[in-house]
Design a protein around this ligand. Structure first.
Ligand code: NAG
Ligand code: NAG
Ligand code: NAG
Ligand code: NAG
Length: 494
């Protein structure tokens, strides 16, 4: 493997290992975000949400090459032997606390703790016999094969319903694996192995009907996103099908470049295996619920496996050894909108419609905001990466362009199309913009700024990614103008 390819793999690995838990937790650090609070109250929409979780239970298809199969938290509980704090302090555990209804009784609900196993858990070159339970029950017992020659899995999945208001309910389906097998990284072997793996598939429903799903194997890249229209998703019985990457268990819609997925392994239909939960007490207060009884384990805040190794010689260079830290549990920050907004392409101009959430409105009011700047972000691949100053076409020299290198897409040119309109408070804003200028530039994201009457902008949002499609085609299609109706109110933190 060339060094460039090795670095690329490493960056993918870094994205995968670090991004999900930290990325979501970061939402709570942003200026406009709501506080994290536990609250015992539920709300009357709950039955509708629980029904949706059952209605859209996904079907996972595993790879023929899979060795580390899914399981349940109950399967794993008896194997935990001690907890380790970040500073390395070890406590033996009382097994009467390691149950669904007690796990959150660990000190500080397990905050900062690593629930750890005693057995060896580096599968290189192989796992010791005593660790073979990490393959999961399906991997150990004689699997029943059906007439189609494929096995079946019947493990539970953990579903969270998030009421976002206005008829929008997001569904997050989380799967548990006793072990995650990492990815090969050049001379270092397989990096990124860890005890316990949590993966998810996320769906959005509007007024009771699914409109899109987010798949997660599409790792890295400034604008990469895994949100697909419901029409573009493979379904069985009106429920989504997701392909699970062998070893690292990310779920993808299509066959992937790095992750290995195929349609040959066992089938895991989660219908009637969804363990459902409501995430927060409503879209206004966004207070995370504290769960009781059999769902108490969802309040556990620690990690689900051992601490990673740090004693390999290359740790100082790449930051990872073969065994890395186990992940957090599934109960994370579900307030974020889908990876990208799905919008149809248009011929001439772009239209953007969007609203601000009450936290942004309050801030705007106290800062005398009078104007909103809208920026449509357009990109195209750079054909001559060696010379970032050399534009594709000499006659495009007047375009105000930036160049950056994307982990996955390579060198990209970026150009924004801007407009300023009056700030209209809680009303839905609507603005028409010129299409992306210049050959092959495509709409990829948009962002907003809140500005004073004199044009000075006090705060600029992050970019919200856009996945464009052509009304007459399946999948995503790039283009220079969109008709975008953003149904997620801007809270600024995404
Ligand atoms: C932890 O593992 C040790 C060694 O295998 C064993 O003696 C001990 O009983 C285990 N403790 C618990 C709480 O499982
Ligand atoms: C384990 O925890 C249970 C329940 O809290 C308690 O009754 C029991 O005494 C504990 N056992 C030990 C050995 O600490
Ligand atoms: C598992 O399969 C092997 C070979 O097909 C068979 O010999 C063995 O008895 C089976 N074991 C169980 C527990 O079914
Ligand atoms: C859901 O239905 C209600 C009532 O018909 C409507 O007001 C609302 O806009 C719909 N939600 C979305 C996101 O379209």
């Amino acid at each position: 493997m060339t060094s460039a390819a090795a670095l690329w793999c490493l960056s993918l690995l870094a994205g995968r290992v670090v991004s999900s838990p930290l990325g979501l937790n970061d939402q709570y650090q942003q200026p406009f975000s709501s506080p994290y609070t536990d609250s015992p109250v539920g709300q009357n929409n709950d039955m509708v949400i629980l029904d949706l979780l059952a209605k859209y239970a996904p079907i996972f298809k595993l790879s023929e090459l899979e060795a580390f199969f899914p399981s349940s938290v109950n399967y794993m509980f008896p194997h935990y032997n001690f907890t380790e704090s970040p500073s390395g302090e070890i406590q033996h555990i009382n097994h009467s606390l390691i149950t669904r209804s007690h796990l959150d009784q660990l000190p500080s609900s397990g905050q900062g703790l690593f629930l750890s196993i005693n057995e060896d858990h580096n599968p290189q070159p192989f796992l010791e016999e005593e660790s073979e339970y990490l393959f999961g029950p399906y991997g150990r017992e004689n699997e029943t094969r059906y007439e189609d020659g494929r096995g079946r899995l019947e493990e539970e999945v953990y579903g969270f319903g998030v009421d976002r208001g206005g008829g929008i309910v997001d569904l997050w389906y989380w799967t548990f694996y006793p072990f995650n097998f990492g990815k090969p990284v050049g001379p270092f072997g397989i990096l990124g192995n860890h005890v316990a793996d949590w993966e998810h598939l996320r769906m959005r429903t509007v007024n009771g009907t699914a409109i899109s799903a987010d798949y997660t194997t599409h790792t890295g890249g400034r604008f990469s996103a895994g949100t697909y229209r419901w029409e573009d998703i493979e379904k069985i019985d009106g429920r989504p099908v997701a392909y699970v990457a062998a070893g690292s268990h990310g779920v993808g819609k299509l066959f992937k470049l790095v992750d290995i997925t195929d349609d040959e392994g066992p089938i895991w239909d989660t219908k009637s295996h969804v363990v459902p939960a409501i995430y927060w007490n409503g879209p206004e207060s966004r207070a995370k619920l504290r769960h009781n009884g059999d769902l108490s384990w969802l309040n556990y805040r620690g990690k689900w496996g051992n601490k990673g190794e740090t004693d390999c010689w290359w740790h100082r260079i790449v930051g990872y050894c073969q065994v890395v830290d186990a992940p957090w549990g599934p109960n994370r920050g579900f307030g974020i909108p889908p990876e990208c907004i799905i919008a149809p392409l248009t011929k001439e101009f772009s239209t953007y419609k969007f609203k601000f959430a009450s936290n942004v409105l309050d801030w705007a009011k106290s800062h005398n905001i009078e104007l909103v700047k809208i920026e449509q972000i357009c990109t195209r691949p750079k054909t001559n990466p060696d010379d970032p100053d050399d534009p594709d076409d000499p006659d495009e020299l007047d375009i105000d362009m930036e160049v950056y290198e994307d982990e996955v897409e390579g060198w990209m040119e970026v150009q924004n199309v801007k407009s300023i309109i009056g700030f209209r408070g809680s009303e839905k804003h609507s603005v028409t913009l010129n299409p992306c200028k210049g050959r092959r530039f495509a709409v990829r994201a948009y962002k907003l700024s809140l500005c004073l009457l004199n044009g000075r902008c006090l705060s600029t949002s992050n970019e919200r990614k856009i996945c464009t499609y052509d009304q007459n085609k399946r999948g995503h299609t790039f283009g220079s103008a969109v008709d975008l109706d953003d149904i997620d109110e801007w809270r600024w933190d995404y």
